[in-house]
Design a protein around this ligand. Sequence first.
Ligand code: GLU
Length: 308
Amino acid sequence: MTVKGRFAPTPSGRMHLGNLLSALLAWLDVRSVGGELVLRIEDLDTQRTSPDFAAQLMDDLRWLGLDWDEGGLEPEYMQSCRTAYYEDAFRALGERGLLYPCYCSRTERMAACAPHRDDGAVVYSGKCYHLTAAERQALEGQGRRPAWRVRCPDVTVALEDGNCGPYAENLAHDCGDFIVRRSDGVFAYQLAVVVDDALMGVNHVVRGRDLLCSAPRQAWLHEVLGYGPPRFFHTPLLLSPDGRRLAKRDRDLDMGALRERYTPQELTGLLAFYAGLMDRPEKVTAGELVRQFSWAKVPKNDVVVCIS
Ligand code: GLU
């Protein structure tokens, strides 16, 4: 079976070194086996994202020598234009009795949560699942608009991550009922990503390790919606020397600053070094890395970046 991967950035700012590492590894993962790559624009939240940022990140990827076979700024590959597909999946979940409205505000949500998970996320207690029809009606009468949650069963989803190894979560206890549609009607990442990966024929999902904890619920949604789950590969996160994760607001390590400072070959060498593909950062092109690429070389843990 042909490997079909994707890179799915959120165009909410300039990419940083960590985003580039995921992009390079997603690219190498498919190019090393003659597969195909989709570039999907994750602009569900139109308030926080813009086509200009998307155009910029496409230019940044090309500058680095990373190409893709389909996708980009075409409606079929932009989440903001794919609502009809999410509607269908949402309806299918509703028909299976898996959805319920949640009226909790952000503050109530935090209060209605069981202890925080290791990754800082919270497990929703299921408070609104237990509302009676009359209670729901009363809340609607007050003008409260609900978000929609999917009811998670008490099952453990175990998966074998292609980079990090075995990973398992009990959906009810470790994850909790999660939001698939926000109260403003916008579909949530967790639903959109599953629908898109399935409908785009993606079978390899390569992305940052911060999303490893999303993989079990996504694998489960794939099953519930009748799709075959993809294989997951979670890449190391890059940390600054003080232990913080790099973020888009770290302007000194965003693509604007990096392009002024490095040539594409120098930057690729630096990424290859962080990815465990080279012993030291030396000039290299993405194409030259294809033959020596192997997931066995890629670190399983976060990597501290020491460039000032
Ligand atoms: N859009 C997400 C991001 O930019 C990535 C989602 C994914 O790869 O599943 O962080």
